[in-house]
Design a protein around this ligand. Structure first.
Ligand SMILES: [Zn+2]
Length: 522
C-alpha cells in the first residue's frame, strides 16, 4: 500500500491564510492567544475579524464557531474559530488542542467544507500543540476499513497545515503528521475491525500489503505445527480456533534496521487476540462485546512500525511480534487445570482461560529475549489490553511497569515526560515481591501458575502481577541488574486506552511510543 492510501486525507503545506486552495480556515487557539495575533505575521490579517466576533460571542474560545470573514482576508470567506478553553490551570494539558481541533474539523465537515486549512496558535507551555492539534483534527476524517473497501468515500479532499510556531515539531509538522496519520490508520484498521475481517490470517495479509515495498521486513509463521512446537502456550490459546482454517493463529514478525551503526534495539511484542470469548471460562452477561479490540496491542505494534517505515529513523533496530490468535470456545479448547510447558521450559498451570493474553505473548516474548541477548543495547516490551484491573486503576491511561534494568535506565520516567509533552499521558506502576510470589505454583506439577480463578478486577494488584509472571515465565527475571547479562524489559498494560468500542479510537500509547523511541532518531 502506498503512503497516500493509508492517509485519512491528503496533507499539504499551505502558503498563507490567503491560499485559495482551501475552502475554510480552522483556527485553534486559547483566549490568551488573542494577544499574539499582531505578533504572528501569518495570521495577523485575521485579527480584526476575530476581535469583532469576540464582541458578539464572549465564549468563542470555549467552543467552535463558524464566522463569516471578508474574502480579501480568507478567500473562502469562512473561518472556523475553535477554542481550547482553559490552558493555564495546573491540570490543563496539551490535549485541549487535540479536542479543539477535532471539534473544529467536525464543524467543518458538517458545514460541507472539503479542503480546510488548519492553523494552531502556539503556546509556550505546550511546544507540540500544533502537532497534537493536527492529530486531533484527523480523527473524524478516518474512514473505517470495511467502508473504504466497499466505497470510495473521501470525507475531505485535503487538509492544509500552516505552521506558525517555532518548535521542532512545528518545523517538521507535515512530515510528522503524515507519519502519525498512516500509523494511526494501520493501528485502527487492525485494532477496530471485526473478528472475521481481521481474523489472524487476514491480519497477516493486511500487514504484508501495508508494508509491501517499504523499509520493514515482514515474515509470517503460518505453519501450525511450528506454532505448536515453538510457541506452545500460544498454540494452547489457539487450540479451539485451530479447527477453523480461517481462524488459525499467525505470528507476524516485523523487522527494521536503520541507517548507520545500531545504538538501540527494540523488541515490541503485542497481544493480538482477534476476539476474546474467554474460552471455556466464558465471558457472559454481555462482556464479550468489544472484545475484537483485544488485538489492540498488536495493532499498536503495527502502527509503531508504520511510523518507522515512513520516518526511517537512523541508528536503531526494531523487531516486532504481532501474536494473532482467537480465543474461541469449542471441544478442543484449552481449559483450566492443564499444565503446559512453555518455550522457556517452565511448566505453566492454567487457572483461567480468560487470562489468555499473557499466554499468547509469552513464547514470542521468550524468542525476543533469546534474540535480545545477541542485540545491541536491547529493550524488550510487551504491549497489551491485558487487564480490567488496569482500567479500574487508571481509566483510559496505559500503565508501564519497568523491570530492574529498565528502571535503572530511567525509561518509564522519561517516557512519561514524553507522553505529557505529546498529549498522551501514561502512568507508571511498580512491581513488588508479592507480585512474583503470587505466580509461584501451588503444586509440584508446575513451576508457575498463570493466575488465579478470579477476574483481575477482583484480584489485589491484578494488573501488576502479570508483568511479574511474564518475566518469570520467559526467564527475563534471570537477567536482572544483579546478573551477568541484564536485559531491559517494560510491560505496558493498555487496559482500556484503546477507547470505547465501537467509536473511533485515538491510538494509545502509540503517539507516546513513537515520540519516545522513534522521533529522537529522525
Ligand atoms: Zn481474556
Amino acid at each position: 500500500m502506498s503512503l497516500q492510501s493509508l492517509l485519512s486525507t491528503k496533507i499539504v503545506r499551505a502558503a498563507s491564510i490567503a491560499d485559495a486552495a482551501f475552502d475554510a480556515v480552522v483556527l485553534v487557539g486559547s483566549q490568551e492567544s488573542v494577544k499574539q495575533f499582531g505578533a504572528i505575521q501569518q495570521v495577523s490579517a485575521i485579527a480584526p475579524a476575530v476581535d469583532n466576533f469576540l464582541k458578539l460571542h464572549r465564549g468563542a474560545f470555549h467552543s467552535a464557531s463558524l464566522v463569516q470573514v471578508d474574502s480579501s482576508v480568507v478567500p473562502s470567506g469562512r473561518l472556523i474559530l475553535s477554542g481550547t478553553g482553559h490552558v493555564s490551570r495546573d491540570y490543563d494539558d496539551v490535549r485541549r488542542y487535540q479536542a479543539a481541533a477535532r471539534k473544529g474539523i467536525e464543524l467543518a465537515l458538517s458545514a460541507g467544507v472539503k479542503s480546510p486549512l488548519l492553523i494552531t496558535l502556539p503556546n509556550a507551555r505546550f511546544p507540540n500543540a500544533e502537532l497534537v492539534a493536527a492529530l486531533g483534527a484527523l480523527t473524524p476524517v478516518y474512514t473505517p476499513l470495511n467502508v473504504r473497501e466497499e466505497e470510495n468515500k473521501q470525507k475531505l479532499q485535503q487538509l492544509g497545515l500552516l505552521a506558525v510556531g517555532n518548535s521542532d515539531t512545528s518545523a517538521r509538522l507535515e512530515q510528522f503528521v503524515e507519519a502519525y496519520d498512516a500509523s494511526f490508520t494501520v493501528c485502527r484498521d487492525v485494532g477496530e475491525t471485526g473478528p472475521e475481517r481481521m481474523a489472524p490470517p487476514r491480519v497477516a495479509e493486511y500487514i504484508q500489503n501495508a508494508f509491501a515495498n517499504g523499509n520493514i521486513k515482514v515474515t509470517v509463521v503460518d505453519d501450525q505445527s511450528v506454532i505448536l512446537k515453538d510457541f506452545p502456550l500460544m498454540a494452547a490459546v489457539n487450540r479451539a480456533a485451530n479447527a477453523v482454517k480461517e481462524h488459525q493463529a499467525r505470528l507476524i514478525r516485523l523487522e527494521y534496521t536503520g541507517e548507520g551503526e545500531t545504538q538501540d534495539t527494540f523488541f515490541v511484542v503485542g497481544k493480538g487476540v482477534t476476539i476474546d470469548t474467554g474460552g471455556c471460562d466464558l465471558k457472559t452477561g454481555g462482556h464479550m462485546f468489544g472484545m475484537c479490540r483485544d488485538k489492540y496491542g498488536s495493532a499498536v505494534v503495527g502502527g509503531f512500525f508504520k511510523a518507522i517505515d515512513v520516518l526511517k529513523p537512523k541508528n536503531i533496530k526494531a523487531v516486532g511480534y504481532m501474536c494473532m490468535v482467537r480465543n474461541s470456545i469449542g471441544s478442543r479448547a484449552y481449559t483450566c487445570d492443564e499444565v503446559i510447558t512453555s518455550r522457556s521450559g517452565k511448566r505453566i498451570h492454567i487457572y483461567n482461560t480468560d487470562a489468555e493474553g499473557r499466554l499468547t505473548m509469552l513464547d514470542p516474548l521468550t524468542l525476543a529475549k533469546e534474540e535480545a541477548l545477541k542485540a545491541k543495547n536491547p529493550h524488550l516490551f510487551t504491549v497489551a489490553t491485558l487487564t480490567g484491573h488496569e482500567v479500574l486503576s487508571y481509566g483510559y491511561y496505559a500503565a508501564i511497569m519497568d523491570n530492574g534494568p529498565a528502571k535503572a535506565s530511567g525509561w518509564a520516567r522519561k517516557v512519561q515526560e514524553v507522553g505529557d509533552e505529546f498529549g498522551q499521558p501514561i502512568e507508571i506502576s511498580r512491581l513488588h515481591p508479592e507480585d512474583f510470589a503470587f505466580h509461584q505454583a501451588e503444586c509440584e506439577q508446575a513451576d508457575l501458575r498463570q493466575g488465579n480463578t478470579k477476574p483481575s478486577v477482583a484480584t489485589l494488584r491484578g494488573h501488576q502481577t502479570p508483568a511479574a509472571f511474564l518475566q518469570m515465565a520467559s526467564r527475563i527475571d534471570e537477567h536482572g541488574t544483579d546478573s551477568a547479562h541484564p536485559l531491559k524489559y517494560s510491560h505496558i498494560d493498555m487496559g482500556g486506552c484503546e477507547g470505547d468500542h465501537p467509536s473511533v479510537s485515538f491510538p494509545n500509547p502509540l503517539v507516546t511510543l513513537v515520540a519516545g523511541l522513534v522521533l529522537p532518531h529522525v
